[in-house]
Design a protein around this ligand. Structure first.
Ligand code: HEC
Length: 389
C-alpha cells in the first residue's frame, strides 16, 4: 500500500504524467444542460398528463425533475427518487460554462438561462410543500414556463434566445473539434462553421450529407446551394455580415492614413523645405512648429485640429500656397511652396515616398484626410512631431 501511495505522490509532484485537464467544451456542456432540462420537463409533463395518480407519484415527479435540474452536488438533490438526467444537472453544466474568467458573446444568454433554472427549481421546491392539487399544479406550470425560457428560441439572439438562441447564433453552436472559418468570406470548404466576432454566420455542409448534418436546434434563415456544399445561414448572419462590412470599411479608412496611400512628397523636398520654413515661416509658427504668432502647423495639436475640421491635404495646400506667409501671401515660387509643404508633412510624421508634392493644384490632394497618424515614430512625443533631416 505504502509503495503505491508514494509512487502516486511522486507522479503528482514530478508531474510528467499528471492527467491532462479536460479540454473546455462549452458546446458539449450546453447540449448536456439542454438534455437535463428535457429530462426534467418530461417528468413534469408525464405527471401533468395524468398518467400517474396519487400524492406520492406527484412528489416523486417533482423530486426527479429537481434532481435533473440542480445536480448531485446541490443540497436540493434527493438521491432516493432517482435522476432522469446525468447527475451533473442543468445548473452544474451552466456553472461550468460560466465559471471561466472570460466572457463570451453567449454569456448573457447562459446567465439568463441559469436564472430561469433557479426560478424553475424554486417552483418545484414550492410544489413539494403544497397540500392542494391545484396549488401543486400551479407550481409545476410555473416551473414549465421557466424551463421554456431556459431552452429559449433559436430565432432570438441575445438574452431572450436562451440556450437554443445561443447555440444557433453564436460560436457556442460549434461542436468541439469542428472546423471554423471567417464568416466574412464565402465558405471554401465543408463541413465548416463561419464565425464573425463570436457570432455564428453559417454552417456549410457537404451536399452529400447535408440533411444529416444540420445541427440540433439550428434555425435556418437562408439557404445557399453550391455545387459541392449547402450553406445554411443562421439568424445572426445578417448582424455578422454587417460587422464584416464595418470591419472592411474601417480597414479602408485606416489604409488612407497608412503609409502607401500617403500624401505625396519626397525626403529631398522636405529637406529643401526646412530651409524655406526657417526663412519664411518660423517667425510666426515657431522653431518646433508648435505655433507662436500663428497656430501650430505640425504635431498633435495641428493634426487633431485638422481632423476635427475635416481638413484635406488640398485645404492645407490652399492655405499655404495662397495665404502664407501671412504677412506676404503668394511671395514664394511654386517649387518653394511645394518644398515647404513637404517639410510640414514630414514634420507631421507622414512617410516620404517617391512622388513629389506637386507644384500645381491637384484634385487627388482633396482625397487625403489629415489627422493623427497611429503608430508614428515621434521624435518629439510632447508635441507629436517628427524631425526632418
Ligand atoms: C506673419 C506671420 C506668419 C507667417 C510668416 C506665416 N504664417 Fe502661417 N499662419 C499665420 C497665421 C496668423 C495663421 C492663421 C490664419 C488663419 O487662421 O486664418 C496661419 C496659418 C497657417 C496654416 C494653417 C494652420 C492652422 O491650423 O490654421 C499653415 C499650414 C501655415 N500657416 C503655414 C505657413 C507656412 C508654410 C509659412 C511659410 C511659408 C507660414 N505659414 C508663414 C501666420 C503666419
Amino acid at each position: 500500500m505504502r509503495t503505491v501511495a508514494l509512487s502516486l505522490a511522486a507522479l503528482v509532484f514530478f508531474g510528467s504524467s499528471a492527467p491532462p485537464r479536460p479540454a473546455r467544451d462549452d458546446h458539449g456542456s450546453a447540449m448536456s444542460a439542454l438534455a437535463d432540462v428535457r429530462a426534467a420537463v418530461a417528468e413534469i409533463v408525464r405527471i401533468e398528463d395524468g398518467y400517474a395518480v396519487g400524492h406520492g407519484a406527484y412528489l416523486r415527479a417533482a423530486h426527479r425533475a429537481m434532481n435533473a435540474l440542480v445536480g448531485r452536488r446541490d443540497d436540493g438533490y434527493a438521491p432516493s427518487f432517482g435522476d432522469p438526467g446525468d447527475g451533473i444537472g442543468t445548473l452544474g453544466h451552466l456553472d461550468r460554462m460560466l465559471d471561466q474568467s472570460g466572457s463570451s458573446l453567449w454569456t448573457p444568454a447562459v446567465e439568463g438561462a441559469k436564472a430561469n433554472v433557479l426560478a424553475a427549481a424554486a417552483s418545484l421546491q414550492s410544489s413539494l410543500g403544497q397540500k392542494e392539487m391545484e396549488d401543486y399544479e400551479a407550481d409545476l406550470t410555473q416551473a414549465l414556463a421557466s424551463l421554456a425560457l431556459v431552452v429559449g428560441r433559436a430565432t432570438e439572439t441575445g438574452v431572450l434566445g436562451g440556450l437554443d438562441g445561443a447555440l444557433a447564433n453564436t460560436a457556442l453552436g460549434v461542436p468541439a473539434g469542428a472546423t471554423t472559418v471567417s464568416g466574412c468570406a464565402a465558405p471554401n470548404r465543408a463541413p465548416a462553421y463561419g464565425i464573425v466576432a463570436g457570432r455564428l454566420a453559417y454552417v456549410a455542409l457537404p451536399r452529400s450529407s447535408a440533411s444529416a448534418g444540420i445541427p440540433n436546434g439550428f434555425a435556418v434563415s437562408r439557404v445557399e446551394v453550391a455545387p459541392a456544399w449547402v450553406v445554411l445561414y443562421a439568424p445572426a448572419a445578417r448582424a455578422a455580415i454587417a460587422l464584416c462590412r464595418a470591419g472592411s470599411r474601417m480597414r479602408r479608412m485606416r489604409a488612407v492614413a497608412a503609409p502607401g496611400a500617403q500624401p505625396p512628397y519626397t525626403a529631398a523636398q522636405a529637406h529643401a523645405g526646412s530651409a524655406i520654413y526657417r526663412r519664411a515661416c518660423l517667425q510666426c509658427h515657431g522653431a518646433d512648429l508648435q505655433g507662436a504668432a500663428g497656430p501650430a502647423v505640425a504635431g498633435t495639436e495641428f493634426l487633431t485640429n485638422a481632423q476635427h475640421n475635416k481638413w484635406t491635404l488640398g485645404d492645407m495646400r490652399t492655405t499655404v500656397f495662397e495665404n502664407m506667409p501671412f504677412s506676404n501671401p503668394g511671395s514664394l515660387a511654386p517649387q518653394q511652396y511645394a518644398d515647404v509643404m513637404a517639410f510640414l508633412l514630414a514634420s507631421n510624421c507622414y512617410a516620404a515616398g517617391t512622388q513629389p508634392f506637386p507644384t500645381a493644384a491637384a484634385p487627388t490632394l482633396a482625397k487625403v484626410k489629415l489627422g493623427p497618424i497611429h503608430g508614428a515614430r515621434l521624435s518629439n512625443p510632447r508635441l507629436g512631431t517628427c524631425s526632418v533631416r
